[in-house]
Design a protein around this ligand. Structure first.
Ligand SMILES: Nc1ncnc2c1ncn2[C@@H]1O[C@H](COP(=O)(O)OP(=O)(O)OP(=O)(O)O)[C@@H](O)[C@H]1O
Ligand code: SF4
Ligand SMILES: [Mg+2]
Length: 333
């Protein structure tokens, strides 16, 4: 069996969020650490879309930044196409891989140089990686890329501010494709867009995936969005994956109480005979998370063991009630 295209193993990232040293001396107070990502593991097969879903602050973007090598992990490993993203010794190999990994952000305006025309923005990776020689050939390729993402070759003469939000995201996608990327990490790529525009961009991303065999890590706080995108889904809560399963399976037979809560908040998703239990409450302070299962203050199934013991991620869910069979399991559709 060949290794998965992306392998993430026991990834952790701790941020030092202490007050400055002098303030601690004068005002008192300990050093404080925030576990933004706490032991996250997953695989992504080539051509697959793996989605990470969770509320704000659950650690999704921190995982994304570590996967593409923008942020060093505190510990853990990331391997992409057989190349370690985390081992210092693999720096040269990583450099060769760089072109093949691209990232798309929520706000394309922030990632596109506002003073450059769009054709220059899209041509930049082609020139930087010397993928095509000659101005004429590069111009033709940029026109082709603009057409691929549903824009007109003449749009290359415009500046980013002359586009709508959805069109700007198309430009960002064209730029990602310009380097012949094969793995694209999308961090909330449609969250800033109107619903109808969101659907167009998601459709475009799926078409491009089919055409070029792209692999996606797709991040969203919205389960409804990932439903039609993801082959597999990992649900994150306070830095951990609490449930991981096939996209269809997650919607048909959610296991973890937190996944159920997220699904219950999506109005137009059909239920499988399961009663909706709206779970109230806020995400706890990540600097001082609750002991045991960090979801216990919000969980209708919490008991003494939950308040004491961290549940391992087994049978696709990190939940004592699931492992103990004391939670109703809707049959998979
Ligand atoms: N550079 C940093 N320094 C300190 N804390 C950080 C830093 N980056 C992220 N955090 C904290 O780590 C946690 C996870 O943040 P992250 O941005 O990964 O969450 P997220 O799931 O992407 O949230 P959102 O949906 O709001 O984008 C949060 O509590 C955040 O405040
Ligand atoms: S381990 Fe306990 S508190 Fe945590 S989700 Fe499961 S039942 Fe709820
Ligand atoms: Mg984020």
């Amino acid at each position: 069996m060949t290794a998965p295209y992306v392998q993430v193993r026991n990834l952790r990232r701790v941020f030092d969020v202490s007050k400055p040293w002098l303030n601690r001396v004068l005002e008192g107070g300990e050093r404080q650490f925030l576990k933004a990502v706490d032991g996250v593991s997953f695989d992504i097969a080539k051509g697959e879309t793996f989605a990470l879903v969770g509320e704000s602050g659950s650690g999704k973007s921190t995982v994304a930044r570590m996967v593409v090598g923008l942020l060093p992990p505190t510990s853990g490993e990331v391997t992409i196409a057989g190349v370690s993203m985390t081992d210092r010794a693999a720096a040269a190999e990583r450099q060769r891989l760089r072109r093949r990994i691209q990232m798309i952000f929520q706000d394309p305006y922030a990632s596109l140089n506002p003073r450059w025309r769009v054709d220059r923005i899209i041509a930049e990776p082609i020139r930087a990686f010397k993928l095509i020689e000659g101005d004429r050939a590069i111009r033709d390729r940029v026109g082709e890329l603009l057409t691929l993402v549903g824009l007109h070759p003449d749009d290359g003469r415009k500046y980013p501010h002359e586009f709508s939000g959805g069109q700007r995201q198309r430009v960002a996608i064209a730029r990602a494709l310009a380097s012949n990327a094969e793995f694209i990490v999308c961090d909330e790529p449609t969250s800033a867009l109107d619903v109808s525009v969101q659907a167009q961009i998601l459709n475009l991303m799926r078409d491009l995936q089919d055409k070029f065999g792209l692999t996606y890590l797709f991040i969203s706080h919205n389960l409804a969005i990932v439903r039609h995108m993801a082959t597999r889904i990992g649900v994150m809560y306070l830095g951990r994956i609490v449930e991981i399963s096939g996209g269809r399976e997650l919607f048909a037979a959610p296991k973890h109480p937190y996944t159920r809560m997220l699904l219950d908040a999506v109005p137009d998703i059909g239920m499988t005979g399961r009663q909706r239990i709206p779970v109230a409450g806020e995400i706890p302070n990540p600097i001082n998370p609750p002991p045991g299962c960090t979801f216990h203050p919000r969980c209708p199934y919490a008991n003494e063991r939950c308040r004491r013991e961290i549940p391992p991620l087994e049978e696709g869910a990190a939940c004592h009630a699931v492992h103990e069979r004391r939670i109703d399991m809707p049959a998979a559709a």
